[in-house]
Design a protein around this ligand. Structure first.
Ligand code: FES
Length: 133
């Protein structure tokens, strides 16, 4: 549509666009580093009593604490590469393979992910979990 409007002579400064859709897929790296050049690391300085959250590809296991908010926010705090868009359980961009354990949702997603996956933007771990990121 942008090209068609430009072809009709409309100045590009008058053409406004908004893109909807899934973000380009990224592949979180395996242990040894991230795209940003930093290594995943725990944001926790002390052992906490919550269930453990393992980021399998990043080679990192950290304790869960509700102050982290969601599994997505914990991953970000640990500099674990993640994908997201809506952060409210609608788009499924954050859908991640759940290798072990299960999650609770808050808010409940509009549509549950496939079996063996979790929407990490709106979930928390009631038990130990292993995520494929
Ligand atoms: S980021 Fe949209 S469902 Fe998680």
């Amino acid at each position: 549509m942008t090209a068609a409007l430009g072809g009709c002579g409309l100045a590009s400064s008058r053409i406004h666009t908004e893109v909807f859709g899934a973000m380009a897929a990224t592949n979180p790296p395996r242990a040894g580093g991230t795209d940003s050049g930093t290594s995943p690391a725990s944001p926790c300085r002390h052992r906490e009593p919550g269930p453990s959250v393992s980021f399998a590809r990043s080679g990192l296991t950290v304790p869960w604490n509700p102050r982290h908010g969601t599994l997505l926010e914990l991953a970000e705090a640990c500099d674990v590469p993640v994908r997201w868009s809506c952060r409210t359980g609608v788009c499924h961009t954050c859908e991640t393979a759940l290798l072990a354990g299960h999650v609770d949702y808050s808010p409940e997603p509009v549509e549950l992910p496939a079996d063996g996956s979790a929407l990490i933007c709106c979930s928390t771990p009631p038990t130990d979990v292993v995520l494929d990121i």
